[in-house]
Ligand binder design. Structure first.
Ligand code: BGC
Length: 380
């Protein structure tokens, strides 16, 4: 009799303990889901909000697997949105700036949209002058992904899946891709990509948030201080296609190997900056070894916000929002003026399928594409 009472007491204690652990986990990170809107074909589009124990909050929609907002504390503990975007689904459906989206299949440009793979020529959609940009007319940013909450020991996590069929935008092979966003309790937004194909193809997706660490999306990003761990970058021609050359950043305005204010040299008459109308280039990351390395940091002095970028990719495209021109109205009716946001897009080098000296973006049947990129926030 005593033995069974003891057993019941032990079982009850264990049950209470496991419940307490669960509650504790739930109070440190949270996910909520709501309807963002409907597409014209009637499909419902969801919005997931991930919150961590310090109150940092990331909201991501199934449309384009897009980061819609990211509330991060400043040095006084004030939470503000540090990414550009729109208030409604309609903005993302109509918008042309790739705010917060996953772009692909190929992040950045492929010259004339042509490439040769295993002896066969492919022609992709032309959607940027005479070139192919960010996956074409209906790239990963313009399609509906399927979002689902997943278990993660690191924080609140949502997995987005998309099946890109053979021939989409001209690319060979059907690709099954997933992108997992995790908001960790260390204030990191972690993005894990994984993809397989049923036929050899190319793949080079990236994340396209426009950051503004002031937290006021009316300010320019010119006072942000940037460091990129790179001694080389890949110069472009006047249509922004990489020339194939790796050029030294030393003694040029492209040198961010030591922290520099973005506005310091942005308007100089350096030919590359004239072509890009500012910074719009890929930096060749030092010590690329396929592991996740700390590759760049962005600091904004008035807010004290620091964002570090970690990735396992060989390159990073730094785009200083040069094509924002005050014609786009974003969240809270704010007009997005010239250079109010900047992108740090981790990826393989632009136009690499046509540049044999660049790292390869080939994805072979049977292999799995993997990428991990982390945007880590703190106060300095
Ligand atoms: C590219 C820019 C392009 C922009 C589109 C960036 O990733 O580097 O050239 O205009 O995306 O929003």
């Amino acid at each position: 009799m005593l033995k069974s009472i003891f057993r019941i007491l032990v079982a009850l204690t264990l049950l209470l303990l496991s419940q307490a652990c669960k509650n504790n986990q739930e109070s440190t990170s949270m996910i909520s889901k709501k309807l963002f809107g409907k597409l014209t074909n009637g499909s419902k589009v969801n919005l997931f909000t991930l919150t961590n124990k310090s109150g940092t909050e990331a909201t991501i929609t199934e449309y384009g697997a897009t980061l819609v907002s990211l509330f991060v504390a400043d040095k006084n503990g004030k939470f503000e949105d540090v990414v550009l975007g729109y208030d409604s689904l309609d903005g993302y459906v109509k918008g042309a700036s790739y705010f917060g989206a996953i772009v692909g299949r190929y992040g950045n440009r492929i010259g004339k949209g042509k490439f040769n793979l295993d002896g066969k020529e492919y022609q992709l959609t032309i959607n940027d002058g005479e070139n192919h940009l960010h996956g074409g007319a209906l790239g990963f940013n313009k399609v509906l992904w399927k979002g689902e909450e997943i278990e993660s020991s690191e924080g609140a996590s949502v997995k987005f899946s998309y099946l890109s069929v053979d021939g989409e935008e001209g690319y060979p092979g059907t690709i099954n891709i997933t992108v997992i966003y995790t908001l960790t309790n260390n204030n990191e937004l972690k993005i894990d990509y994984s993809a397989t194909t049923d036929e050899t193809t190319i793949l080079n997706p990236t994340h396209h948030s426009y950051f503004n660490l002031t937290g006021n999306l009316e300010n320019t990003i010119l006072n942000h201080e940037l460091k990129i761990n790179a001694e080389y970058y890949t110069p472009v021609d006047s249509s922004l296609i990489t020339t194939g050359e790796l050029a030294k950043v030393e003694n040029t305005p492209m040198d961010f190997s030591v922290t520099k204010k973005i506005g310091e040299k942005i308007d100089s008459d350096f030919e590359q900056l004239v072509y890009g109308k500012g910074y719009d280039h890929n930096w060749v990351l030092n010590n690329f070894d396929g592991n996740v390395n700390n590759v760049a940091s962005l600091y904004e002095p008035t807010s004290g916000r620091l964002m570090e970028v970690l990735t396992d990719q060989p390159g990073i495209q730094f785009y200083s929002g040069n094509f924002l021109d005050g014609t786009t109205v974003g969240k809270n009716n704010i007009v997005y003026n010239h250079r109010v946001g900047l992108c740090l897009e981790t990826q393989c080098f632009p136009d690499s399928p046509n540049k044999l000296n660049f790292p390869s973006v080939k994805l072979t049947k049977g292999d799995t594409y993997k990428q991990q990129t982390i945007y880590r926030f703190s106060i300095k």
